[in-house]
Write a protein that binds this ligand. Structure first.
Ligand code: 5GP
Length: 172
């Protein structure tokens, strides 16, 4: 399957998780073997050769980071929602398109100076990726770039990421 067909499997779901929000559902894309491979390959192609590790944001970012990490021979740093990690290196609270959220970084998995690329499914307001970048930089890592499947341009996520190199497979 080519990348355009793969991205065409993303469904827009109105009024989820609350009225007025058009949620982009990537479940059909993940469930289709050809689409998942096309998107994995395309994301892998966005990475600089200098990247040493991938940070995947819970939960869909885990799937993407795991697949891309396998394809590129890179390990995955799990950026988690609060209360899941037994040892926490850092925690950042931030505002979402809907509500607030927190991300946590596991202790002892990122070394100072390590070049890390952030992977997630959707870039909306940019709060999640900005918080993830802060978590990584707070422990001395270098954020190489950000790669997402879909960027929702109207939510101006890039405005929160002016110092970042951002790759999006699709912008809508
Ligand atoms: P942001 O922090 O950029 O506002 O939101 C991005 C985060 O929320 C990502 O981790 C993403 O998984 C989730 N998210 C926000 N909006 C959507 C959406 O429409 N579809 C999906 N699949 N995830 C979304």
């Amino acid at each position: 399957m080519d990348l355009d067909d793969a991205l065409g499997l993303i469904a827009g779901v109105p009024d989820f998780p609350e009225p007025g929000v058009l949620f982009r559902d990537l479940s059909p894309l993940f469930a289709d073997a050809g689409a998942f491979k096309a998107v994995t390959d395309a994301l892998a192609g966005t990475l600089d050769p200098e990247v040493e590790a991938l940070a995947g944001v819970e939960a869909r970012g885990f799937l993407l980071a795991a697949a891309v990490g396998y394809a590129r021979g890179l390990g995955v740093v799990l950026i988690r929602k609060p209360g899941k990690l037994p040892r926490v290196a850092g925690r950042v609270d931030y505002a979402l398109e809907y509500g607030t959220a927190t991300v946590e970084l596991p202790a002892g998995v990122v070394r100072p100076g390590q070049r890390v690329a952030i992977l997630d499914d959707v870039l909306a307001t940019g709060g999640t990726v900005a918080a993830t970048g802060k978590l990584l930089e707070d422990v001395g890592a270098v954020v190489d770039s950000v790669s997402v499947v879909l960027e929702l341009a109207a939510l101006r996520g890039r405005d929160a990421l002016t110092n970042r190199k951002v790759h999006a497979l699709q912008v809508c």
